[in-house]
Ligand binder design. Structure first.
Ligand code: CTP
Ligand code: CA
Length: 217
């Protein structure tokens, strides 16, 4: 099994010394890469800027990128050859409309930035997904969680969507633990316990592998 996995944040440059980013640490994505490798899969890990060392497993090829556009281009190169796509990255939805070639100087009392939409990596690749391929997305919602997550599953052509819980202390960005629910196309919801991201990653990989096999039966 060949897995394409995106992880970490993206950095969108403003000028030579500044960027727009987010607080994703990449821990969940890297834990998934390790768990897939442990389960015998080959992984192409496309990683935004993170503080983590590249995984040691020889089954994992790590491609480092910075922007959403670079992440898309790296993902598009391997998407067709991959059996399973997992979109764990926190991709910036917008980037600065202009990247200034020189450092922006301090001037007026306010500064307005114009942002333009980035490519949606999952949705764009989703349009090319073949019936034998399997796609997993992530969603973080604060209102109407299940409805919004299901909407993303349909819009982006996911087979499963992992819904991050924000309600539980110790879950999500920057933590070593996470609590998620997984939704499938039939609308079934599976709830996972709050646990270490490494353990949760193993459980998610088991679920993904079993669903991938079933969809081939
Ligand atoms: N995603 C992506 N490319 C983007 C934005 C999101 O591949 N430009 C992927 C994420 O990796 C995740 C899924 O799409 O697997 C959902 O991301 P999310 O930010 O929750 O969804 P959006 O469609 O961006 O909607 P919003 O941020 O408004 O909730
Ligand atoms: Ca988003």
């Amino acid at each position: 099994m060949h897995v394409l996995l995106t992880a970490g944040p993206t950095y969108e440059p403003l000028d030579p010394v500044r960027f727009l980013g987010n607080r994703s640490t990449g821990k969940m994505g890297y834990a998934l890469a390790d768990a897939f490798a442990e389960a015998g899969a080959n992984v192409t890990l496309i990683s935004g800027p993170v503080q983590l060392a590249a995984p040691a497993s020889s089954r994992i090829r790590t491609v480092r990128v910075e922007t959403a556009q670079q992440m898309y281009e790296a993902a598009a190169q391997v998407a067709s050859a991959a059996d399973v796509w997992v979109f764990a990255a926190a991709v910036a939805d917008y980037r600065p409309a202009v990247v200034e070639p020189e450092k922006i100087k301090k001037s007026g009392e306010t500064l307005t930035l114009e942002l333009v939409k980035n490519v949606d990596i999952a949705a764009t690749l989703g349009q090319t997904k073949r019936p034998e391929q399997f796609a997993v997305g992530f969603a973080l919602e604060t209102t109407n969680e299940l409805a919004h997550a299901l909407g993303k599953l349909q819009r982006k052509n996911f087979d499963l969507v992992v819904l991050n819980s924000l309600r539980d202390a110790g879950a999500g960005f920057g933590h070593d633990t996470n609590k998620v629910s997984v939704l499938d196309r039939a609308g079934q919801v599976l709830n996972f316990e709050l646990q270490a991201k490494t353990d949760l990653a193993r459980e998610l990989v088991q679920l993904i592998q079993s669903r991938f096999v079933i969809s081939h039966a």
